[in-house]
Every structure is written in C-alpha cells, then in structure tokens.
Write a protein that binds this ligand. Sequence first.
Ligand code: ADP
Ligand code: MG
Length: 700
Amino acid sequence: MAINLYTAISYLKGVGPNRADLLRSELGIHTFADLLNLYPNRYLDRTRFCKINQLSQNSSEVQIIGKITAISSVKHKRGSRLVATFSDETGTMELVWFRGAKWIRDSLKLHTAYVIFGKTNHFRGQFTMPHPEMELQEVFNKSLRKAMQPIYPSTEKLIAKGISNRLISKIVQHLFETCEGAFTETLSVPILQAQGLVSKSEALLNIHFPRSQELLTAAQQRLKFEELFFIQLQLIRKKMVRKYKVKGFVFEKVGGYFNDFYQHKLPFSLTNAQKKVLKEIRKDVASKAQMNRLLQGDVGSGKTVVALLTMLIALDNGFQAALMAPTEILATQHYNSIVSLLEGMEVSVKLLTGSTKSKDRKILHTELSSGTLQILIGTHALIEDKVTFKNLGIAIIDEQHRFGVAQRAKMWQKNSLPPHILVMTATPIPRTLAMSLYGDLDISLIDELPPGRKAIKTAHRFDSQRLSVFKFLKEEIAKGRQVYIVYPLINESEAMDYKDLMDGFESVSRDFPKPDYQVSIVHGQMKADAKAFEMDRFLKGETQIMVATTVIEVGVNIPNASVMVIESAERFGLSQLHQLRGRVGRGANQSYCILMTSFKLSADAKVRLDTMVRTTDGFDIAEVDLRLRGPGNLMGTQQSGVLNLRIADLVKDAQLLSTARSIALELLAMDPNLELPENRPIKTAYTLLNKPAAVWSNIS
Ligand code: ADP
Ligand code: MG
C-alpha cells in the first residue's frame, strides 16, 4: 500500500496493532501525521562531551566517550553487581549494574569506544555511573538521536507496557526513514523567506532530532509560527465569511433621537476614545453586514453612554434596542441612569427582570411586539421565549463574561435578520488573548478615562492593622464619603464564607455604632427587593457603609463612595480585585482601596497584591493575571478550542502571535480564497485543517 501521512500508525515499522492501540488510547496518535506532531517536551543535550577528569561531584547528566578496560562481578549479601572499569585519556571511572548483570556482561565489548550517558555518583574518591545509557560510538555517530535527545510526552501506562521514551524515539526515526525525511511544505515561499523560517522538513527533523541548540530554536520558531498563523487564518476567514454572508439591518441615518440627545441632553463631552468607538460602531451598522463587536473599556471608562447613543441610532432608523445586564442590580441601575439621561425626550424605555410583576410583564410584551416600546433593559429575562420584539435592531450585552455564547446566539433567533450585537466588557483581555479568542469579532477599545478622575490610591494592610484602617474610614465618613467593605463569597452556598460575612457585618456594626453610623448589607441570599432597598439607601447616602459580597462587583455606580475595603483580599483573583476597586474613583474625590489580608500569603497572592498596589491599569493587571494563571483559566477561554496549542505559548510567544496575525491578514487581503499558485501549500494545509472528517476517512 502507498504510505502517506494519514496512514494508520500500525503500519509503521516497529509499531504493530498492540502498540498502535496503546499509542492511540494514551497519546491520541492515530496516524503517521499524529506521531510526527508529537513534539518532545524537552531535550537532553547530547552535543556536549565531558572528560573524566572534568567530572564534578554535583554534575547532572553527563556524556563521556571512552573504553571498557576490565569487567568484574562483585558478590555481596543480596546478590551481585557488575562493575566495569571505564577510561578515557584523562582518567578512569566505574560503570555499575545492579540488575541484568549476566545479560549485560555478555553484550559489553572490551577496548571498543562507547558513548555513555547518565548521572554520576562520587564515592570514596571514585566516580561511578550506575546503569549508564550506552551505545557503541560507531552506532551513536550514525543515529539521528545523537545530538539533543528528545524526551517525549508519555503516560504511566505506556511506560508500564514497555513503550519507553527510547522506543518512541526509535519509531519516530523509522517514520523519518519511511518518508525519507521529506514532508509537504505548508507555508508559501514568500512567507518563509520574509520571516526567515526554515522549511517544514527541516523543522520537523530538528524538532525531533535537533543537531544543535540553534537548529532546534529555528525549528521551534518555524512550528510555532505555523501553528499561530493557521489559527489566525481560520479566525480571520471566519470573520470575512460572516461579513460577506451574514446580512444585517442597515442603519442608514443618524436622526432626531441621536442628535437631540447629543446636542441637548448629554451632560459632558465625549472623550476621544468614546468618539472613536462610536465611529467604529456607526460604520458597522451602516454597512450591510451584521455587527459583531466587542467593546472593551476599563471600569468607569464610560461604556454606558456609548451603548445609549448606539441604541438611539437604532431608534432613528425605526428599530428597537435591547440592553442586557448580568444582574438585577445592574440592570436596574442602567435603567435608572438611562431614563434620567433621556428625561424630556419622547423615548419609551422599560425594565424587565425576574421580579417584574406578571401584570406589568403582559403590558410590556404587548408593547414590545407592537413596537411602541423602543428600548428594553433587563437581565436574562430578556431572552425568555415569550419576549418577542417587533423589530429588534441591536442587542447590547453588558459585562460579557457572565453570558455564554449560547445566550448570545439566542438573541439572534428573534428576528428575520440577526440584530447587530455589541458586547461590552470591563474585563481587560490581554491583546494576545483577545486575538486568539475573539479574532473573529471586531474589537473596539475605550482606552481613556473621562477627565478629572484621580487615580485610586491602593494599600495593603494586615488584619492586625484593622484599628488604624477603621480610624481612616471614620475620617473619610466624616468628610461625607461612603465606604464599601467587601467579603469573599466565592461560592454563595458555602456556609463558612457566609459566616465570615455575617461576623464581619456584626463587628462593623459594633465599631460604627448607630446613630452616628448606618450600615447596609447586601448579599446573594437576600431577596431582590431587600437588596434593592439596601442599595437604594446607600445610593441616597442614608447609609455610610455598605457591607457586601461580590454582588456589587459588576457595574454599580455610586460616585460618592470613595473607599473600597476588600477583606481576605488574598482569596480574590486579580481581575476580581480590579473590578471591585473600580467601584470607587467614580466621583471627583480622591478614592482609596484597602486590601486586607492575614499574614499567611502564598507567593502568587503576594504578586497579586503587589500588582494591585503598583498599578490601576487594567491591561497591565490582565497581563500579570495571564502570566500567573495561564490562558486556560482566564475568562471565556474554556469554551475556546484555540488554546490547545501544541507548541506555541500565548504568553511567551505574544510577539510571534502578532506577527502571525498580521501576515495572515495581509495574505487574505491579497488573496482571500488562496488561489495564487504561491499560496497553494497554505491552501492545502488549511483545507485539511478544516476537514478533519475527510482526513479520518482515509484510514482503513
Ligand atoms: P463603565 O464603562 O464602567 O460602564 P460608566 O458608563 O458607568 O462606566 O461611566 C462611569 C461614569 O463616568 C458615569 O458616571 C458616567 O456618567 C461618567 N462619564 C462617562 N463618560 C464621560 C465623559 N466623557 N465625561 C465625563 N464623565 C463621563
Ligand atoms: Mg458599566
């Protein structure tokens, strides 16, 4: 049969059906190609040789060339060991075997050059190497494995069944021999040249059997680039197809609603960043394609007003608009601020949440389907089946990390055409991650805060300093400010966290006694109306202290609150700390964030706290978070397959990712369907990537 890369692995010399089964179940290796793509985790450097007189007591693995001059068996109580005297021109050492002595003794050749490799021990002035890996120098010189020895991913089961690293390395070598080391190129000549990349065959050879550190680096560079490049190619193609195929409503004009609001109601002038983003949105909604845009802006950067202006454009074109928020508190707050911004304008706005009375709900449903209701703000309740719009033109989703992709899609199903979608998030996503996760969305960025904000001062205090912290709070309250004290409630149902919160509330109430002080409390186990009541008292300034859980994390806007105390701050993640801190610093006053912790801190917790004290830049913080936790744990990444990278690393190879993305963009701009002859290798590889089923069906 003809061998190609999609040939089943059992046909490879040295594999056979049993080993093939194991490779399949343990490492997911089905075909020649899969084995070729099993890149080593690390390499043992076999390029350097050591002389016996250079050995030191703490050297790790060493490689030596020499000859065996004598062999003897040493008997002792529990059996015998085999000892070989091994010499090079500089000295003598001993090789020792405790097992397999007889078999080894028969195979050893005296006075013949060997390459030995292993760890040495130092005992009574003598160096010994137990169970060395050894090969005749003649054989070693012919072997592909001679330079840097690859260490492959493995599992306990594979090792137990005798599929050692050495064996895998050997069958990979068979693969290279079978294919004569020639593999189909997947990149175009211009890209290879411009990026200074080695060919596919060269890269594969040196990733498995690097002949030097330099060649290994070149191979890694090439394969990382290729991996990132094809991911970007897929994402960008997906976006192009969507723009081309998914038709959207056309918002031709900017009319009375927008202009009236902009000229007469808007209480401030927009920042340049807000203007820029608005332009990007207007361009999208005026094109014939559906908008799918992610709006990133740090907490307090003014996303709400951008959302409102966008909704008014929809209204100007005869469409309805919806704004969806993750919590009832936030939806209510959006509703209140939008109603007050629109005061005096003839726009109908309503709020729909889980606690909307069924009587009001009925009216709302009717108005929505007749079109008299223009803007609907709410929670998940918005995407219930009963809610039907007459003509929903745009759906805006705030704080996107709380909504899954499925929920986003659900909003689409309510129309003849999908509404435009604007997803707003205050979670700064590092650029590299955004490119991989949202490479198929358009991204807008508000990278500027409204003028006049003072940077929040952040401090880290230990629980033992609580008295001085409380003294500080009293001073701030005396100036008329308000204070948040937040407790971690990682899991709302966890009794212990809940007890911490209630203990905290009691002690705060003791230290800040009535009638001088009023303390509110809000947590997830309270009824919605009780929560709203407490929030309202705090908002009106009737209470000075809000003891809360992370319920208040998202979006709440109370400009007079100027101090955020975070209890057990070591238990929060960086992005959560950043979100919480963003609740203050919204007014004109100097604001503070105090991170309270115990003395016991993990190394990571220290980095998190130091980062918070050092910077208020959300992107800076997100980068640290990415480094600490790795991309897999950041929001939204779990659903995304793009992070199953074989060789590239989103953190370490960020620069290469940017390059790969711009090359992919350039390529598709010039040759969107990859039809140029020079791009044929890319097209072939791309087609295979997108048709895994077809590839599998080649296997008998
Ligand atoms: P976020 O982006 O976190 O949702 P908001 O939209 O809640 O931020 O805005 C935070 C505060 O800043 C609000 O009080 C809002 O009225 C105010 N704001 C927004 N844009 C501007 C601006 N251009 N100039 C001054 N204040 C602004
Ligand atoms: Mg907001």
